[in-house]
Write a protein that binds this ligand. Structure first.
Ligand code: NI
Length: 191
């Protein structure tokens, strides 16, 4: 009988720990007018701060995430009996908007003219998909990690720094070569 050690369990890619029945979701969130503002040092710090602050009152697990210049893709797992991802995204988007309004001149100039400034940073709508099973989860995690390649920013996922790819690749390199067919996720970019 093999007993999984606590250490091994901790370092395994998150998708192996995800209990599918119970609030695992894929999201695509896009900036207003597809402004390429998300990957600056200020924006990355602001997003991190917004996520940390939101998690304090509304916890969730980040299974995978990729930050692109004008959108991001994420897979979250919510606590049991909690499906309220919309509150979490609202808080993250709002906090991020307030934080970057102070650091991004382009956004600040727009925000000063309009009361609801977050609507000038983010598109209001976003794509949401409830993960169905482990295969669906893997497809979406792979989709996230290959997204910078899909969008032509880098030749290999390893070349894009703003991704949980690196967390996965460190412990599960065998999963890093899915077929192109596996990388199709209809609707994910809603372009
Ligand atoms: Ni994308």
């Amino acid at each position: 009988m093999v007993r999984e050690s606590r250490t091994l369990h901790y370092v395994m890619p998150n998708y192996r720990r995800v209990r599918i029945p119970g609030g695992t979701y894929f999201f695509t969130v896009v900036t207003h007018g597809r402004r390429p503002i998300l990957c600056t040092p200020q924006s990355r710090a602001a997003l991190r701060e917004a996520i940390v602050a939101t998690r304090r009152d509304h916890p969730f697990d980040s299974v995978a995430w990729v930050l692109m210049p004008d959108h991001d893709h994420a897979v979250w797992q919510l606590p049991e009996n909690d499906a309220d991802y919309s509150t979490r995204w609202r808080l993250i988007k709002s906090r991020f908007s307030h934080l970057v309004a102070a650091t991004l001149p382009l956004v600040a100039s727009v925000a000063s003219r309009v009361a609801r400034e977050e609507q000038n940073v983010w598109q209001r709508r976003y794509w949401e998909h409830a993960i169905r099973d482990e295969q669906d989860l893997r497809r979406h995690v792979d989709y996230i990690h290959f997204n910078p390649v899909k969008h032509g920013l880098v030749a290999v996922p390893d070349g894009w720094p703003y991704s949980t790819y690196h967390r996965y690749a460190a412990v599960d390199s065998a999963r890093m070569t899915p077929s192109m067919q596996e990388l199709e996720v209809p609707g994910a970019e809603y372009e």
